[in-house]
Write a protein that binds this ligand. Sequence first.
Ligand code: GTP
Ligand code: MG
Length: 225
Amino acid sequence: MNRVPLEKKVLSENDRIAAELRERFRENNVLVVNLISSPGSGKTSLLEKTLEALPRSACVAVLTGDIQTENDANRLKRFGFPAKQITTGGTCHLDARMIERHLGDWRLDKLDLLFIENVGNLVCPSSYDLGEAAKIVLLSVTEGEDKPLKYPSIFFKSELLVVTKIDLLPYVPFDINKAEENARKVHPGMEIVRVSCTSGDGLKEWLQWLEQRKRPLPDKAESLV
Ligand SMILES: Nc1nc2c(ncn2[C@@H]2O[C@H](COP(=O)(O)OP(=O)(O)OP(=O)(O)O)[C@@H](O)[C@H]2O)c(=O)[nH]1
Ligand SMILES: [Mg+2]
C-alpha cells in the first residue's frame, strides 16, 4: 500500500503562506504576536486588559480563534479597535490560510500591532506558523507546574511565557518557581512575566515587554481602513 505524505504537504503549504504573511508584516512594520495556551488560561482577558490600557490612537487589531462562537471577538470589540473572530468549526488550531483570509481589507500599513489569539490548545498551534514575529505561551497557576515538561514544543518555540492568574496563588498548590524552572529547562533563557488580570499585577511588565518588542515605527496614527 502506498502512503500519501499528507501531513507534510499540508504543513509545507502552511509554511509557504506563513512566509508570505511574514514578509507582508515586515514590509508594513507590523508586530504580530500569536498567543497560545490551554482553553481558559486567560488569553482574552489579557487582551482585554491590554486594549483597555492602550491609547485610543493606537494602531492595533486582533484576530481571535475559537472552534465555535463569536464570544471572544465580541468581548474585544468593546474597546474600539478592529477585532475579528475566526471560527474554525472543529479545527484545533489556526493556520496561515485562515489568517490571510481574515485579514481581508485591513490596511496593514495602518497597523503597528496585530494580536492573534489562537484556539485554546497547547499542542496543535505549536506546529502552525502564522507568519508571526513571536509566539507567546500563557500558563495559568491552576494548570500545574509540570506543563512545560509535558508540552515542551510550545514552550520551546515561544519567546515569552506569561504566567497568568497569579492572584489565585494563595489558593492552589502551584509552585511558580518550579513552573518557571521547568519552562527554562525546555527553553533556556526564556523570558517570563507573571500577571493577574484580576488584580492588575504584572500588567505593566507585560506592556513593557510588548513595547520593547516593537520595532521603531513611523507614525501611523490614521484609521485602519
Ligand atoms: N482569578 C483570575 N481569573 C482569571 C484571570 N484571567 C482570566 N480569568 C478567568 O478565567 C476564565 C477564562 O478566561 P479567558 O480570558 O476567557 O480565557 P481564554 O484563554 O481566552 O479562553 P479560551 O479562548 O476559551 O481558550 C474567565 O472566567 C476569566 O474571568 C486572572 O488573572 N485571575
Ligand atoms: Mg479566549
